[in-house]
Design a protein around this ligand. Structure first.
Ligand SMILES: C[S@@+](CC[C@H](N)C(=O)[O-])C[C@H]1O[C@@H](n2cnc3c(N)ncnc32)[C@H](O)[C@@H]1O
Length: 298
């Protein structure tokens, strides 16, 4: 299946800087997505990241019978946590980063990690539940038309529907564009889309809902943009505190770029140009053919 989003090369340019460099600002568990903060200022980044992983463990009702597929598994934190607290039977992770693949292979041999795009993944045993956290932002590229974007998102939900059993649960977390699309040629957009996250463009909420509707019931939607502002702030403070070690690992230009990109992200979330969505979907028994008539164009 065609991948309209970030290629392996584009993913590698962002994620294969250095695992140690990422550990310096993401923290020990290396979770590279929005945390779930409960409020108090005393809460640590680690606690808020664990709360986010546990949120998805609960939402997906994970248990010892489950085979969990993590699409865009990063350095494996979600799968490790699901094995630890829910004792899931099988854990499969997909990533396009060789550093992440190698890290997980060293971390836990019971996680089946694969260097493959979901578009090309052919599971020999289908998952019972699926989670995807912070990867959906990579599934289309800047410059794709609205039709192409919807086609890519419909393909994603169609695939998840094919893999899951009836009633199967899908947890999805993604940044969304919440500002005007006509601003997409702004300097801020091109900074993100060309320099920081090449070949990637976050969805709009309406695109996710339209593409999912034929295949999934929406069980829950949390809108947590301010949680991402706070997460970026915590990452930035970590990077500033560890600036010398980070510069040794990744070079001055990279550290400077990340400090600017994290500050720009905080601004995006504060201004509501971006938002953060956490969905829990339940697989429909059959795709809705009437709704799919529209989606079928894609
Ligand atoms: C921001 S990281 C999030 C990692 C992890 N879920 C977390 O929360 O720490 C994005 C992940 O998506 C993966 N990814 C991007 N496009 C993908 C695709 N088409 N198929 C599979 N994984 C993909 C990247 O390799 C990376 O692991």
């Amino acid at each position: 299946m065609t991948n309209l989003g970030a290629s392996q090369d584009a993913i590698s340019r962002h994620y294969d800087v250095s695992d140690e460099y990422y550990r310096l600002f993401l923290g020990e568990a290396m979770v590279y997505s929005c945390a779930l903060w409960s409020g108090p200022d005393t809460e640590s980044l680690e606690e808020a990241q664990t709360a986010k992983l546990d949120y998805f463990v609960r939402q997906l009702e994970l248990n010892a019978d489950d085979h969990l597929l993590d699409i865009g598994c990063g350095w494996g934190a979600m799968l490790s946590r699901a094995r630890q607290v829910a004792g899931i039977r099988r854990a499969t992770g997909l990533t396009l980063s060789t550093n992440q693949r190698d890290h997980i292979a060293r971390l836990d041999t019971r996680i089946d990690v694969r260097l493959v795009a979901w578009q090309d993944h052919e599971p020999e045993e289908p998952p019972s539940k699926i989670v995807s956290i912070g990867a959906f932002e990579h599934f289309v590229s800047p410059g794709n038309s609205r039709e192409q974007r919807l086609a890519a998102y419909v393909a994603f939900f169609r695939r998840c529907h094919e893999w899951l059993p009836p009633g199967g649960l899908l947890g999805l977390q993604t940044i969304g564009q919440d500002g005007a699309m006509e601003n997409s040629d702004s300097r801020m957009s091109s900074f993100f889309e060309e320099t920081v996250f090449p070949e990637s463009s976050p969805p709009r909420l309406s695109e996710v809902l339209e593409a999912a509707d034929p295949f999934f019931h929406l069980g829950e939607l949390r809108i947590d943009g301010d949680h991402y502002r706070r997460t970026c702030d915590a990452w930035r403070e970590n990077l500033k505190r560890n600036r010398i070690a980070a510069t040794d690992l990744a070079g001055e230009a990279t550290v400077k770029l990340y400090l600017i990109y994290l500050r720009a992200c905080m601004f995006q979330f504060r201004m509501l140009y971006s938002n953060l969505y956490r969905f829990t979907f339940e697989r429909r028994k059959e795709p809705l053919t009437t709704v799919l008539a529209g989606a079928g164009r894609y």
